[in-house]
Design a protein around this ligand. Sequence first.
Ligand code: HEC
Length: 399
Amino acid sequence: MNKKLLATAASTLMVTAVMAQDVIVAKKAAYDVGKLTASSRAWNHVKGTAVILYPQTTIRMNDKKAHMANKVVHAKKATVKALYDGKKIAFLLEWPDGTKSVQKGYQSDVYGDGFAVQFPVHYDHPKTLPYIGMGSEGRPVIIHLKKAVQAVFEPNGDGDVGMQQNVLSKPYFGDAIGKYQDEVAKRAVKNYRRAFISEGFRSMTEIKDGSETFSADMKYTGKGWRGAVTRPLRDIYLNLDNGAFPVAFAAWDGARLNRDGLKLLSSWVPVRLEGKTGGEALIKELTADPKGDIANGKALVEQNGCTGCHYIPGMSMPSFMAPGLANIGGYSTAAYLKESLVDPSAVVVPGYNRNAHPNTPWYSVADGKRQSAMPPYPLDEKSLNDMVAYLKTLKAEVK
Ligand code: HEC
């Protein structure tokens, strides 16, 4: 083999190695994994699986500073470990973050680092999993969210009341105000963790009735975070007690003013419960490299006017017309990309503030159902596969 061929072979190998997603194997444990935290030694005996987190914005916020701070963002390589007993499952997510950011209850412009673990409620059809950005209409997800906070004051669930007393009244009601402040401080939330059921970003509903039992904690290591989540394998919302199921991870960087939909996000990653069978089709779907002619896919994207609406680095400019595709290959499955082309209304990305940008709505509503502004592209199978193979290459590098 000559040198050039060797080099090509090597680079092809490298691309494959970067693209293939490994299966997270949840190791069977003989103890209660519900007690595990980010600091538990048990994690030392579990093999980690690399999961890449890509920049994704579900909702474009009206915040120039945040957009500037996220103008250039790279992907991050996280490591995931999982353990399960007969009843519960525990995950450990380790991700790099050079700055420890902790949200303080009374500073609304300081954001805390955080992470989330997401599961589809239904996953028996691996080709139609929920939209990765917090679910979609008819395809709900369960989300466990943990944020680094010093203290959040929300005794009545209405947000920050810690600073709401009028200081001018202090000379007259000093004692009463003092007592009130003590009472508020006592009720401050220091362990900020929430469970949501969601069918799209704006439909997130916190599960508050106690039926979703889980634990979550996070620990800064000096180089990044270790975050742990434990939860039942089965409850009224979710049944993970099958051979395999999908999971996704998100991380927020407070230093980059990340919050809400501004985050780093993985694609759906398959988890195999050690010693169990089933879910082979799901694993195959989520680990297979897309087969297609990338160069032809790129040409087709150019010919079909995709860049008239979408931002693709090097091809078009960011716009309000449609979601940016800069990292679409990183956090989307091949099946999702194909579905987006043939049936854009199957999953409608929620979009930015519709009131602020009334001239470029991403969808209209007809008979109570959202209709995407994107036309369907019912192309032949080969063209679709080529386009999907190209779209899968659109993602930031890991740094
Ligand atoms: C007329 C404008 C328009 C054109 C042309 C268009 N799209 Fe879209 N596209 C949209 C809008 C709006 C959305 C968001 C609503 C939705 O989810 O359908 C979208 C969504 C998508 C998504 C899902 C994005 C995400 O964040 O999950 C993909 C992938 C996509 N388009 C790819 C393409 C490709 C590839 C082409 C060309 C073959 C194309 N689009 C042509 C407007 C357009």
